[in-house]
Design a protein around this ligand. Structure first.
Ligand SMILES: NC(=O)c1ccc[n+]([C@@H]2O[C@H](COP(=O)([O-])OP(=O)(O)OC[C@H]3O[C@@H](n4cnc5c(N)ncnc54)[C@H](OP(=O)(O)O)[C@@H]3O)[C@@H](O)[C@H]2O)c1
Length: 333
């Protein structure tokens, strides 16, 4: 069994310090120890995978490496009583695709504690349309709800709206009756955002205030931010009394230039989101919501599918900020 070979993307550093990507033949013997072997049917592309695929040591310390923080497939071997061969499962984040060979390979071997049974009402392919991006959007929504942000309280701002996290936040919030204002750098994709359910799309420029005022007119009941920097700083200063701002990404900048006034004069909550080490109970709860109350019925609108061989150009696109929606990776069967 352990001599079985399979295809995987391998990122490698060359002697001149550059990073190359190729599709290579690997063996199950190359995978780390772990209780569960999964035959991966689908993966998906996240911004973090782009970083791992280009030698970003903050994500992946050791190369050669197979990226892919997301995987959905069928259990092939299990040393854990919790999973049996044939079970359909999802594995996202923890160390998958970071320093553990990830979903851009046809097999993974992982600890049982990382494995989530596929919820009823969700196919393996659908689960990877959401992937870490959709799950993270879901975490943001649950946290907003926990902070008392209900649809009646007013508009929710979603930044990076055509991206993975952003597009799923727009669509799922709209599905559960929130009014969503989408921030995008791609105003030519305004109709895409309206079709996802946004009531309005605004440009990054409109979402950025450089006046230096510590507080701006309160407009947002809640915010889902995946970009950071000045757009996040503006969003916090424009959030209404007792609103909540979820912060999950930094594609624009990791910096945040604000002072304490939004917190002490408006009681705003800034809520950090970390999908990587989020507790399993919260993870399962969010997948269940995704598969039921929040389930989107037109996923084709915001997803495309590529093969392992076609993934290379998609990695360049996501790093250039040009991604629209989500890319599912079909590993073949
Ligand atoms: N904390 C967590 O657990 C967690 C989980 C998942 C992702 N993340 C992070 O969330 C971020 C988004 O991930 P993703 O997978 O959704 O990436 P993505 O698909 O590339 O989406 C990012 C979107 O941000 C916008 N954007 C790009 N460059 C920008 C810039 N310079 N200024 C302002 N907006 C910009 C673009 O949308 P528009 O053109 O529409 O503006 C882009 O499509 C990343 O930083 C990622 O690492 C964090």
């Amino acid at each position: 069994m352990d001599s079985k070979t399979f295809k995987a993307m391998v990122v490698q550093q060359t002697p001149d310090g550059a990073y190359t990507r190729r599709i290579a033949e690997k063996s199950l013997d190359d995978l780390p120890t772990g209780e569960v072997v999964v035959r991966v049917h689908y993966s998906s592309l996240n911004y973090k995978d782009g970083l791992s695929a280009t030698g970003h040591r903050g994500v992946t310390k050791h190369y050669p490496h197979t990226p892919g923080v997301d995987a959905a497939g069928v259990v092939e071997e299990s040393l854990s009583g919790a999973f049996q061969p044939g079970d359909e499962v999802i594995v996202t984040s923890y160390d998958l695709g970071m320093n553990t060979p990830g979903g851009f390979g046809q097999y993974i071997r992982v600890p049982a504690a990382w494995v989530v049974p596929l919820p009823e009402n969700l196919s393996l392919k659908e689960s990877m349309a959401y992937g870490t991006a959709g799950l993270t959007a879901g975490f943001c929504i649950l946290r907003l709800q926990e902070h008392g942000v209900t649809p009646e309280l007013g508009e929710i701002l979603v930044t990076g709206a055509t991206g993975g996290v952003g597009s799923f936040a727009v669509a799922m919030l709209a599905k559960i009756s929130y009014q969503v204002v989408a921030v995008t750098g791609k105003m030519d994709e305004k109709q895409f955002l309206i079709d996802l359910g946004a009531k309005e799309a605004i440009s990054r420029k409109e979402a950025t205030d450089t006046s230096g005022k510590p507080l701006l007119k309160g407009r947002w009941a809640g915010v889902v931010d995946s970009v950071g920097g000045e757009i996040l700083a503006t969003a916090i200063r424009s959030t209404k009394l007792h609103g909540a701002v979820t912060c999950c990404g930094n594609v624009a900048s990791p910096d945040l230039h604000i002072n304490v006034y939004p917190f002490i004069l408006r009681g705003i909550s800034l809520v950090g989101i970390d999908s990587q080490s989020c507790p399993m109970t919260f993870r399962r709860q969010t997948w269940e919501k995704i598969a039921s109350e929040w389930k989107l019925h037109n996923l084709n609108q915001q997803t495309s599918v590529c093969s392992l061989e076609e993934l290379d150009s998609e990695i360049d696109r996501i790093l250039a900020g040009k991604q629209k929606g989500r890319v599912i990776v079909d590993l073949g069967r």
